[in-house]
Design a protein around this ligand. Structure first.
Ligand SMILES: [Cu+2]
Length: 118
C-alpha cells in the first residue's frame, strides 16, 4: 500500500514538473477550508456549520467531555464516520458534492448539529 502511494506521488510530481499546455489550463485545486468543532457538556459548538458545495472541508473535532454519548461522529451524506477520543482533535476531510442540511450524529444516530451545504 505504501509503495503504491509513493509511486502515485512520484507520478504526480512528474506530472506537475512536466510543462504541458494541459497543466496550464487546469484550474488550481481549491484549498480546503478548515472548520473546528468542540464537543463540550453543552453539546457541539458551533452547532451549525455552513460550507459550500464543491469546497473541500478539513473538519477538526475535539471532544472535551466524557458526559456525552457522542464518542463517534457520523455525517452520512458526506461519508464521515469517525471515533472521537477524549481530549484529542481528530480531523476528517471531505468535499460535499450536493447541497442540503445534513445532520451531525453520534454513533447511535442522535442529532448534535447540522452541516449546511449551499
Ligand atoms: Cu447518542
Amino acid at each position: 500500500m505504501k509503495t503504491v502511494r509513493l509511486a502515485l506521488l512520484a507520478a504526480a510530481s512528474l506530472a506537475l514538473a512536466a510543462p504541458s499546455a494541459r497543466a496550464a489550463e487546469k484550474a488550481p485545486a481549491r484549498p480546503a477550508r478548515t472548520v473546528e468543532l468542540t464537543l463540550g457538556d453543552a453539546g457541539l459548538a458551533p452547532a451549525e456549520v455552513k460550507v459550500a458545495k464543491g469546497e473541500p472541508v478539513h473538519l477538526g473535532i475535539t471532544r472535551k467531555t466524557d458526559h456525552t454519548c457522542m464518542t463517534e461522529v457520523v455525517i452520512q451524506e458526506v461519508g464521515v464516520k469517525q471515533a472521537l477520543p477524549l481530549g484529542k482533535t481528530v480531523y476528517v476531510d471531505f468535499t460535499p458534492t450536493k447541497s442540503g442540511s445534513f445532520r451531525v450524529l453520534c454513533g447511535m444516530g442522535m442529532e448534535f448539529g447540522k452541516l449546511v451545504v449551499n
